[in-house]
Ligand binder design. Sequence first.
Ligand code: FBP
Length: 260
Amino acid sequence: MRSVEESPVTRDGKALVLAHDHGLEHGPEQFAGVEERLDPARVFEMATHDAVTALAVGKGLTETYYPSYDDQVNLLAKLNGGSDLWMGDPYSPQNWSVEYADELGADAIGYTIYPGVNREPEMFEDFRPVQEEARERDLPIAMWSYPRGQAVKAHRSPEVIAYAARIAHELGADFAKVKYPRSREAMAHAVDAAAATKVLLSGGSKTSDREFLELVESCMDAGVEGLAVGRNVWQRENPHEILDMLERVVFEGASTDDVL
Ligand code: FBP
């Protein structure tokens, strides 16, 4: 088994994943104000920035655009996803296989799990063959570990986020992508709970440069390996500029004040 540090999706043990599965997860309204980015080629272009260690996209975007970028962009193949139109219990069906993702050039696998939902047992079972096939092929596995469901009252409490990170470790993921538990200390707790699994901050909705960079800086201080970010990059008017700044904070340990 190849270590995650040797994988192209990390650089010096750190990762900056550009996530772009929002067209499926949240729909075209996410592109308000940046309609030209409904063309995925624009976002593949952003992923060629040096700061980006991998681009997380689904099957359709991979099939159509990745062949033009496979020598410039590392692919994190997001294997499952669901739309905002679905009104049933939260669930994220798999829509392509590890084998097919590997064939299309994947460097890593991404998979969403919603701990705490009614269909949690099914989601855990669905993940088993994915995890095992990815291991077999030496592909690192990133789990989007997002607690949901009626029983989970405080989705971002320190305990719930630490539990989400731990579940990723227990189920065999190399990366646990978790939402910010609202303090540096709580993020450090999640990092401890994840043990050998590396924690990635999940970007969240678009904020100001300062707010976002301070969030990233505080999470890096808390011991996360990096981040997987979507809207805070590709919804910005100038994504290149924020990627320049993120590169310094994530890989060079610069502070927000240094880079602004
Ligand atoms: P953002 O940085 O835009 O939050 O993207 C990260 C991500 O995990 C995406 O991969 C996914 O589409 C989205 O967040 C899910 O967000 P939510 O939990 O709000 O549905």
